[in-house]
Design a protein around this ligand. Sequence first.
Ligand SMILES: Nc1ncnc2c1ncn2[C@@H]1O[C@H](COP(=O)(O)OP(=O)(O)O)[C@@H](O)[C@H]1O
Ligand SMILES: [Mg+2]
Length: 360
Amino acid sequence: MATVELQGVRKSFGQLEVVHGVDLDIAEGEFAVLVGPSGCGKSTLLRMIAGLEEMTSGAIRIGGAIVNHLPPKDRDIAMVFQNYALYPHKTVQANMEFGLKLRKTPKAEIARRVADAAEILGLTELLGRHPRQLSGGQRQRVAMGRAIVRDPQVFLFDEPLSNLDAKLRVQMRTEIKALQKRLGTTSVYVTHDQVEAMTMADRIVVMRNGHIEQVGAPLDLYERPANMFVAGFIGSPAMNFIPGTVVRNGAGPVLRAADGVTLRLAPDCACEEGRQVVCGIRPEHLTICSDAEQDAVSAALRYIEPTGSQTFVFADIAGGVQLCLIAAQPRLLAAGSTIRLRAEPSAVHLFDGASGAVLH
Ligand SMILES: Nc1ncnc2c1ncn2[C@@H]1O[C@H](COP(=O)(O)OP(=O)(O)O)[C@@H](O)[C@H]1O
Ligand SMILES: [Mg+2]
């Protein structure tokens, strides 16, 4: 268990800088998840922590000690990759032993650690098999086993579940999270999947284009996104956005959007008259209301998508804005009909129209 600290970490490939000065402190025993779109620099950052990629500038500390010039084998980390990186000609047992043998760990110690890890991961019966004789989920467990026998200071994971089918992915994310809590090993986990990030992380680090956009506990990011990027990236279905202008009249502040659409804002909203903003509304905060409701917007219902536990409804308001909502009584709805939608003003997020930063 150790802290991991990044200070002004930059990386260029040739002339192109892809990580632009990242500062991040990860606590002992913390499960930190780096999430962001493909190409935003997650793997590059993780590989710099591992020592597989050299930094262009900055400092990385593990357990308080600078590791900038240490090779991977001397950093006391273990990494789990998307493709598992198992040796195809070695048995499960030999795959798990390999790293320890390289480090000249005593034989009895190796046997004990491999047996313990196999027990924890349910691999005891499979120790004599080769990787080709295993399912994807079992291979992933062997890759995990190889990391945990090392008993490192830090686990680094790079999209370890991306090659598994949806059901197994859900099961494995629970297993990995439980295992990490049990072992208490500081972990940095990379994924492009925001649901994985939400369900597994103690803290999520949202990245875009080589920058950190926001760091926070999953529900804090969900409830208080710092900007439109985080607001749109975290949450599925995504937050709805309606651009417009703030108008203040006797009855309190409202958003005036395109084509006569108006939306009531919270009375304590501090935005001045005339400010260009974007309203953000989560699908669960839009409700279908009766025609008599005053503070409501008319919408043309386009599609109804049942998932079983929830039904998503997509509807167009004037100005060419499509909204998604979660319907309470989907059986009463028909595509092509007109509905009235209302958002509780206190649940509406406001972002600056130019910068996308949240407004308070
Ligand atoms: N070895 C490399 N040489 C040149 N460019 C690279 C190399 N590795 C990654 N990149 C570039 O760096 C950026 C970040 O890549 P990466 O860290 O793999 O993103 P992510 O893991 O978030 O998908 C991308 O634009 C990618 O093309
Ligand atoms: Mg990657």
